[in-house]
Design a protein around this ligand. Structure first.
Ligand code: PXG
Length: 440
């Protein structure tokens, strides 16, 4: 086998969220990408059914984005993020606010989903304090939630393996139960019928802790990382109602659902339920340059704009908040989304995607198929005593057959670029069917 540019030594790089030893024995390397496909270092073409890691919503190597970064690098490489500005960061913020749901008038820049989450949690705590309600210090998340890997996000998150190694985490955090209920909802197309009552747990937590101690609830509108859990009908509405009743801020983590994934610009648009704050990252720059953004309603921003005008209103920010290259990439991304209608294209494809995925329901080991927008989850029965093994093998077999999927535990998660063609959806399903038929 001849490999393109394969390094001799793979040892130094400690790979994130990766089985390092397994990988380094049999590496899987991408050397280039264009639109829907990656190219491996042994010259194979691999269809991207995951948009990288849920982030390359416009596909790969898009000219407007590439050119914007090239140009920006030669014009203004960096400007201090604190007490200084540059034109592109204001232009980008205004354009983002224009595509955001109505009422989300302000945007705070970060460099990742994890940082967006920390930022949103800190905004919520500080908001109550500036409003004179500093007793609201508690944060409520949800079992199986994923809000990145920093301490706040880990604490409100509910993925056991991401938490158990890391000590006591944040104090003053509690969790709602997750909404997965396969006994009642398996093989549902779109939002499940059953489970609105899981939202009532929030009332129980409010009774336990008292509303005056609770700052915010954070949830993913569709839980992605844990393996695609779609909110039961009425669930998000009820969470909103309870938050409003008790003066608790609602934060949606839209790191995955943002920028067209559900066939609407944001999850807020899809579900018609309005949080007070929502977090984004990934698709904001098509995954090309690290960036995240937190969107807030005018009332939140305005609450901070008090006190002497020469003083900093919110003691938070990152060296790279609104980095010029990231803003240029973001502007190129928004232009690409607009020109090709990508923020709503998922809605046209969703019915085809749904039928294609559910055609796999009778294959060996498949115990659930779930879908919403251009997201799909296929849950496999675990091999007794060896959780995750079956799905990981499916992942390897798909890769060998030229298809990139993601697995988490024994769940296959897919989120293709929003430029996907129907024939490529067919290819995904045919490859998966072949692999599942042959799977142990
Ligand atoms: N919130 C949500 C809802 C996410 O999905 C983050 C925060 C953290 O983003 P950063 O940019 O800090 O990684 C995420 C990230 C997967 C997968 O395969 C999902 C994520 C990241 C990597 C892989 O499910 N989500």
């Amino acid at each position: 086998m001849t490999y393109q540019n394969r390094p001799n030594d793979l040892e130094a790089f400690w790979m994130p969220f990766t089985a390092n030893r397994q990988f380094k024995q049999t590496p899987r390397m991408f050397v280039s990408a264009d639109r829907m496909h990656y190219k491996t270092d042994d010259g194979r073409s691999v269809l991207d059914a995951t948009a990288g890691l849920w982030c390359c919503n416009a596909g790969h190597n898009r000219p407007k984005i590439v050119e914007a970064i090239r140009h920006q690098a030669g014009e203004l490489d960096y400007a201090p993020a604190f007490q200084m500005g540059h034109p592109k960061v204001f232009e980008f913020a205004s354009k983002l606010v224009n595509v955001a749901p109505k009422g989300f008038d302000h945007v705070f820049f970060t460099n990742s989903g994890s940082e967006s989450v920390e930022t949103a949690l800190k905004m919520a705590l500080a908001f109550h304090r500036v409003k004179g309600e500093g007793t609201r210090f508690r944060l409520i998340g949800r079992e199986r939630g994923y809000h990145g890997v920093n301490f706040g996000g880990m604490s409100v998150g509910g993925i056991v393996t991401n938490r158990k190694f890391f000590g006591t985490l944040l104090t003053g955090v509690d969790h709602l139960r997750h909404t997965h209920d396969p006994a009642r909802n398996a093989f549902t197309c779109g939002q499940p019928e059953f489970g609105v009552e899981f939202a009532d747990e929030l009332e129980r937590l409010v009774t336990l802790h008292d509303a005056s101690t609770i700052a915010a609830v954070i949830i993913e509108p569709v839980a992605g990382s844990t393996g695609v859990l779609i909110p039961p009908k009425g669930y998000l509405e009820r969470i909103r109602e309870i938050c409003t009743k008790h003066g608790i801020l609602l934060i949606f983590d839209e790191v995955i659902t943002g920028f067209g994934r559900l066939g609407t610009p944001f999850g807020v648009d899809y579900f018609g339920v309005e949080p007070d704050i929502f977090t984004t990252a990934k698709g904001i720059t098509n995954g090309v340059i690290p960036m995240g953004a937190v969107f807030v309603k005018k009332e939140i921003y305005q609450a901070f704009m008090t006190g002497p005008e020469h003083l900093i209103e919110f003691f938070h920010g990152y060296t790279y908040s609104g980095n010029p290259l990231a803003c240029a990439a973001g502007l190129g991304t928004l232009e690409t989304y607009a020109e090709e209608g990508l923020l709503t294209r998922g809605a046209e494809l969703a019915p085809y995607w749904e039928d294609a995925l559910h055609s796999l329901k009778d294959l060996p080991h498949v115990i659930d198929v779930r879908n919403i927008g251009l997201i799909g989850g296929i849950e496999l029965e675990s091999i007794p005593g060896s959780p995750s093994k079956r799905a990981f093998q499916v992942f390897l077999d798909c890769f060998a057959k030229g298809l990139l999927i993601r697995t988490t535990g024994d769940i296959i998660a897919m989120s293709p670029p929003l430029i996907i063609e129907k024939s490529q959806i067919d290819q995904i399903v045919e490859t998966l069917a072949d692999v599942l038929k042959a799977a142990a």
